[in-house]
Design a protein around this ligand. Structure first.
Ligand SMILES: [Zn+2]
Length: 478
């Protein structure tokens, strides 16, 4: 059977934890890593008589994400109870949105090998999080309710995604936007951004969807891509052998790089949704939406486009620089101060981002201020110091945090552009290397590089290499 006779249909459900001051329906403060069960109250524990009060900040954040993904914002949305019994959910229901979500009908553009693709966003709704179970040998099962009631938005894509790579790209773009908006830290490993995937295969050209399976517990872009590729192959092999795909939920086993079955359809939940009786329908008027709109900064795709036009950088460079809002801000200060966009982007992409990687440091905590890097780039550009001395100064700025002029003085790194000083160094080198001199004069002109290297070595990188080269040619003959 032809490999192309099936089409893969993938949809993603992404949960993002909002960075609000307080939980969704009470005044408890969400705090990752706090002692278990110390951030709870009767409301988030669902004790009898406790009433939820909606946190406006979380609604504003959800609207911001809705607008960023070009969604329609519903003038009226409704919270519903999603009933299920599980020990990490003390209310025995989750407050979510069901048939009347806050945002709907949006889209997100992604770059793929086949060019730009638009992935539909079916809905974005608000819901509260459950607690966290841990199962420990010898201590039984423990439950921490601190996370109960923490606000989440669930972003549900349309089944427009076709490959594991596209799914990873879509998720990466969502993470970038959440971070640009400052409404979620997007940390997949810590679970502040979580992703479930639905996958089905259908005959190419058929409008009917096949049976879909789900993968949960995907906590990295690589896991999303690998998990999907694994599942697509599994389904394809079943279909090609004339077998049925069962509706199951798989977990991704990170360590072994494979899927593990979690539950089958027989155990699927019936949530018996009904409108939450303790909350009024949520009404979002024009002014609220406009306030949220004003809080949206320039988003990554627009910024990449502007960097391309304004600074004349390649798409690749723009993508790297704009991946993190802090890095993009940093680059802009450097580029504007120096007026040297390409040189600035080289320094930021190589030296700065390399060091951020080495130090496992966020750009906000980077010891070299962008203004100081800009000064350094200008000092290299105007020949006050050499390129190699520039890197030495940069290292020193990371260690001591000072400005470049002071470090250049302290380390004595000013470039020697004084021809008398360089001449005397060259004379010494000529007398130390008579063999090379005669070979050069016999026509081995490649030795010019050797002499320039010697000058740089003797001057500890401080000699102006162009000047040194001219003087050597003058003394030895062209
Ligand atoms: Zn609470």
């Amino acid at each position: 059977m032809n490999e192309n006779s099936y089409e893969t249909v993938i949809g993603l459900e992404v949960h993002a934890q909002l960075l609000t001051e307080t939980k969704l329906f009470c005044s408890c403060r969400p705090e990752y890593g706090a002692d278990p069960n110390t951030r709870v109250c009767p409301v988030c524990m669902g004790l009898p008589g406790a009433l939820p009060v909606l946190n406006k900040e979380s609604v504003t954040m959800a609207i911001m994400m809705g607008l960023a993904l070009e969604c329609d914002i519903a003038p009226e949305s409704v919270f519903s109870r999603k009933n299920y019994f599980y020990p990490d959910c003390p209310k025995n229901y989750q407050i979510s949105m069901y048939d009347k979500p806050l945002c709907g009908n949006g889209s997100l553009k992604i770059e793929t090998d086949a060019g730009e693709r638009t992935i539909g966003v079916e809905r974005i709704h608000l819901e509260d999080d459950s607690g966290k179970m841990s199962h420990e040998t010898g201590r039984g099962s423990l439950v921490d309710f601190n996370r109960c009631g923490v606000p989440l938005i669930e972003i549900v894509s349309r089944p427009d995604i076709r490959t594991g790579g596209e799914a990873a790209e879509y998720l990466m773009r969502l993470q970038q936007i959440l971070r640009y908006l400052g409404i979620c830290d997007g940390n997949l490993e810590e679970g502040s951004m979580r992703c479930d995937v639905n996958i089905s295969l259908r005959r190419t050209g058929s409008g009917k969807l096949g049976t879909k399976t789900e993968i949960k517990n995907l906590n990295s872009f690589k896991a999303v891509q690998k998990g999907i590729e694994f599942e697509v192959e599994r389904q394809r092999s079943l279909l090609e052998r004339g077998k049925r795909v069962e509706q199951i939920t798989n977990l991704w086993d990170q360590d072994r790089g494979r899927l593990v079955m979690m539950r089958s359809k027989e155990e699927a939940h019936d949530y018996r949704y009904f409108p939450e009786p303790d909350l009024l329908p949520l009404e979002v008027q024009g002014e609220w939406i406009e306030q949220a709109r004003e809080m949206i900064p320039e988003l990554p795709i627009e910024r990449e486009r502007r960097f391309k036009n304004e600074y004349g950088l390649s798409s690749y460079d723009c993508g790297v620089l704009c991946a993190d809002k802090g890095v993009a801000d940093y680059f802009e200060i450097v580029a504007k101060t120096t007026g040297l966009a390409k040189k600035s982007s080289n320094w930021v992409m190589r030296e700065v981002m390399g060091e951020l990687n080495n130090l496992a440091c966020a750009i906000e905590d980077f010891p070299v201020y962008p203004e100081n890097l800009a000064k350094l780039i200008k000092l290299v550009q105007d020949g006050t110091i050499s390129g190699s001395a520039g890197r030495e100064v940069f290292e020193e700025m990371i260690k001591s945090g000072g400005g470049p002029e002071e470090i250049i003085k302290r380390l004595g790194l000013e470039q020697i552009s004084n021809s008398i000083e360089i001449e005397s160094i060259i004379e010494e080198i000529i007398s130390d290397h008579p063999d090379e001199v005669s070979r050069y004069r016999e026509g081995k002109k490649k030795l010019l590089g050797f002499f320039v290297g010697q000058v740089m070595k003797k001057s500890r990188g401080k000699a102006n290499p162009k000047l040194a080269r001219d003087i050597i040619i003058g003394k030895l003959g062209g």
